[in-house]
Unconditional design. Sequence first.
Length: 394
Amino acid sequence: MTITRKTTYLLLAMLSMIFLPWLGGYIYYKGSFPADFFAYPPLKAMDKPGFNLLIFCAIAIVCLGITAIYIRPKWFGFKQYISEPSKLVKKARLPFWFWFGLLCWGTSLTFLSLHLKQPAWFIHWSDVPLFWGAVLMLDGIVYRRTGGKSLVALIPQELIGIGVASMTGWMIFEFMNFFVDDNWYYPWGNILDREEFLLYAFIISSGLLPLAFEWYLLFLTFPKLANRFRDGIKIKLNNPIKNTLLFLSLISMVVAGLFPDELFFVLWVSPPVILAVVLNKIGVWTPFDPIERGNWGPVLLSALTYLVAGFTLEGQNYLSAIHDGQTALFTNDPAYWQYSIPYVNVAHIFEMPLLGYFGYLPFGVYCWLWWIACATLLNIPAKFLKANPLDFNN
């Protein structure tokens, strides 16, 4: 396959995540979207179907099954992985960027948690040092635990690249959110004017994907966790199955625009499937490839990254507002978000309904796939094009 054809296929896959939901919405609204349909940021919740016990239980059963994989992998055919004894790694001192990150993160979280009003310019943009401060803190911990190996220490250019890719990688989800009738919205987004909020959203989203990669590297520093899913069932999909998965994922992106309430979850599940299948077809490594040898670690651990990162983000988000019970009364953070999810919008932990946290699992995988796609398009020799990015010498 020529480079031109590979590039074309990959670009079409990435653009499909924008065009296909739009096509579904275009059909749904008969060629004429409502006047404020693309208003960004969305400031209020749209009307959604209320709680449905049957749907809640059906999704909860799936979520319990996923939870069981992580807690009891033996039930799903995973064997205890026996690796060769590794040399004891002498821990390094925490690097200076850990302390700088702690200062940025701690200062931002303090200002937001105390609901201070001044200095307004800092509070309004405080999510930038909040997110990137967390990234630098995690990187510093990885550096310490690996004896001096981390993204900042050895390949800072890749961390910067991931940050740049993160801006488009997340803003696509902001665009797709229009077509599921705003599953999340920003009730205080009008603190900034729309143009400034759009710029703000681009900049702060640069810290979202890097969190996934730093958590993944941190997971790998714990041998029991790193090896927990390395010896499982070997699955190799043939081309007809891959083509079917790709076709169903592409079609589902259109249909989600036609049935935004019933298929609200599709826009979290289908994008990583589309990227994974297309990358595989053009011969690019993905975290799914090791499954052919029984190693599910890269997929399951990358999924886990954003369950952890998402929980911390939800906590920070909740602390930034004054609440009366579950109702947010005030915040100075324009990016404070809330959810309006059909059928399962109950049992909240912070602002997120309980079952909503499982949407972070496919997003964690998506983060890795999006960076692989961007790096492939730009011919970047990324270290994350393999299962063990900490092995920086290979």
